[in-house]
Design a protein around this ligand. Structure first.
Ligand SMILES: Cc1cc2nc3c(=O)[nH]c(=O)nc-3n(C[C@H](O)[C@H](O)[C@H](O)COP(=O)(O)OP(=O)(O)OC[C@H]3O[C@@H](n4cnc5c(N)ncnc54)[C@H](O)[C@@H]3O)c2cc1C
Length: 550
């Protein structure tokens, strides 16, 4: 940066330079290690180019524009005809084009909708983690599009038609039938006014009609309403069923989706989330009637995985901003980065991000191998809700602490951290809120007890020699099998995620980090805030050096 600038009244100094034009891969040693440890070593060159592009000042500026200029709903035209379209800032379209060009919406699928080979999940997650550090709103339709294939496989003939458009690397925002477009995106409508968790309470109705169904009812949250197709749940004659509802009916007319209004959201502002009514809207059935929840399960697992990856990315950017700032800001003639208490805070945060990243990347490896390896499938089943729970719940607290590291600048919208802070809570709420994730862990244990026990044993073996392991394992086993397990589930699921994080760190080859993590998170009690963990100064120095190159 240029030297101190002169104003008429004063010179500006002791402000940290903007954290932009960053190589998001080269500056992130834990990410490099996690990618290699989980089979993505061959991706390094491509990830490097990706990280330089997404870390550029240009991308940072576009992210601000996409969020400052929120999408607008146009329900009618000047003559009173219904439009039901949402207009986005060009910066939002730029992000959609960039993520789709990179394949984030489809690279884990082959052209026929079957799973791509390993390490496609790991390779995608590394990119997704970097994108999450820059712009989050557009990631919602990217996530939903990629996950939708997990449900659409239940209707092979329909998937065969859709897949060439879904897999296309061309973003086509035009408002036309998907068959006429260069590429398409897919959204989801599950949540109704009376219930989001309890989708079985859905009141939207579907009646068989011709080659599909006619759907009437509403959704209380439906994000990315300019998607070309929506997976929705509705009550068919045979019970709750999944449907694929296109924006244009097969006859070429605009389908009966009436966008009521856009949500005025805390964060996630570049993305539109709408309330919608379905007026005799055409839809194809996906899966059997009455099997709606079963049909969407694989899709839901994938969206939960993305929530965790994105939250880890948010945490990474908040940490990087904090470490960067403290290295450039002096208070009482001493750099903040050299003040022991600030080092304790930022090192504790760095440890949390190490754990979150190792955890999500190891989970992605499980998804990569689940189809061929029963143990990995069981790991993915048991740990996805636990990882979503722990990572997404921790993100807001960590981002808040990063904000405080930046002092008043952190609270101001021109900086990035304020936006990260507003963004952070949504991943915990969406696609299964905290309690629901813990209930899902209990469900996995109840239904697949043998497999779950084997996962726990593997984690214990992976953590061999790490402090606190045995105690954590017995606590998890005792709590989750207790007659009143629901009441203890949060504590047990948190321990499960911590154990899995320690195991992932041990496998990632990060020198000494698994030991530090286990000592601070498994073996010792920690206070409610960052900076209270049992970290000695050498451990703090090690973590901070790894967090960001000097
Ligand atoms: C920005 C944003 C975008 C969204 N986009 C979409 C979208 O595109 N499509 C879509 O379908 N939905 C979307 N949603 C909705 C979201 O998925 C739901 O809000 C979420 O699933 C929770 O449902 P709910 O709001 O009805 O809360 P509820 O289901 O009423 O849950 C309220 C609370 O109760 C807890 N809880 C529920 N059951 C239990 C239990 N048995 N024991 C203990 N606690 C329990 C939950 O954990 C939660 O904390 C979006 C939400 C947001 C905020």
């Amino acid at each position: 940066m240029a030297g101190p600038m002169r104003f008429d009244t004063h010179e500006i100094f002791n402000q940290s330079p903007p954290y932009v034009d960053v190589d998001l891969l080269a500056s992130d040693l834990p990410l490099q290690e996690a990618v290699r440890a989980n089979g993505g070593g061959d991706e390094m060159a491509a990830l490097g180019a990706f990280g330089r592009r997404w870390g550029s000042a240009e991308m940072a500026a576009a992210a601000r524009l996409a969020n400052d200029n929120e999408p607008e709903l146009k329900t009618h035209d000047a003559r009173g005809f219904r439009l039901d379209v949402v207009e986005f800032h060009p910066a939002y379209h730029g992000f959609m084009a960039a993520s789709i060009e990179a394949g984030l919406h489809a690279m884990t699928w082959k052209g026929d909708g079957s799973r791509a080979e390993a390490p496609s999940e790991v390779a995608r997650a590394a990119r997704y983690y970097m994108v999450a550090q820059i712009e989050n709103g557009h990631m919602c339709p990217i996530t939903m599009t990629r996950a939708s294939v997990g449900a659409l496989v239940m209707q092979p003939a329909l998937l065969r038609q859709l897949m060439p458009k879904i897999a296309s690397r061309r973003y086509d925002p035009s408002f036309r039938p998907w068959r006429d477009k260069a590429g398409m995106t897919v959204g989801m409508g599950m949540t109704e006014k009376q219930g989001g968790t309890d989708v079985r309470a859905n009141t939207t109705r579907a009646e068989p009609a011709g080659e599909g169904y006619r759907v009437t009812g509403h959704k209380w949250f439906m994000s990315a309403p300019m998607s070309d197709l929506f997976l929705v749940l509705a009550q068919a004659p045979g019970g709750l069923t999944c449907f694929a509802m296109p924006r244009f009916a097969p006859d070429g007319n605009v389908n009966g989706l009436r966008l009521q209004r856009l949500k005025d959201k805390l964060g996630n502002r570049s993305n539109a989330s709408c309330e919608v009514e379905f007026v005799d809207a055409f839809a194809w059935r996906v899966g059997d009637e009455g099997r709606g929840v079963r049909t969407i399960i694989e899709m839901v697992q994938l969206t939960r995985l993305d929530c965790a990856i994105a939250s880890a990315g948010l945490m990474r950017m908040a940490l990087a901003q904090a470490v960067h700032h403290t290295r450039h800001r002096s208070v009482f003639q001493k750099r903040l980065a050299d003040q022991p208490m600030m080092r304790a805070v930022t090192a504790d945060m760095a440890l949390e991000v190490e754990g979150a990243l190792a955890l999500v990347m190891r989970l992605c490896r499980a998804f990569d191998h689940a189809a061929q390896d029963g143990e990995e499938a069981a790991r993915a089943r048991l740990l996805t809700p636990a990882v979503k729970y722990w990572v997404c719940k921790n993100a807001p607290g960590l981002v808040y602490e990063a904000m405080e590291c930046l002092g008043g600048n952190g609270y101001v919208e021109e900086g990035v951290v304020a936006r990260l802070y507003r963004e952070a809570p949504v991943n915990a709420i969406w696609e299964g809120s905290g309690n629901v994730m813990c209930l899902d862990v209990l469900r996995a244990l109840a239904r697949e007890a043998e497999a779950a026990r084997a996962v726990l044993e593997t984690l214990q073996r992976d953590c061999a020699g790490l402090p606190g392991t045995a105690e954590a394992v017995s606590f998890i086993a005792a709590s989750l099998s207790a007659p009143d397990a629901e009441g203890h589930a949060r504590a047990a699921v948190e321990q499960l995620a911590l154990l899995a994080a320690a195991a992932a760190l041990a496998a990632s080859g990060a020198p000494g980090v698994a030991e530090i993590f286990a000592r601070a998170r498994l073996a010792a009690r920690r206070g409610a805030t960052f900076g209270t963990a049992a970290l000695d100064p050498e451990a703090a120095t090690h973590l901070l050096a790894r967090a960001l190159p000097a």
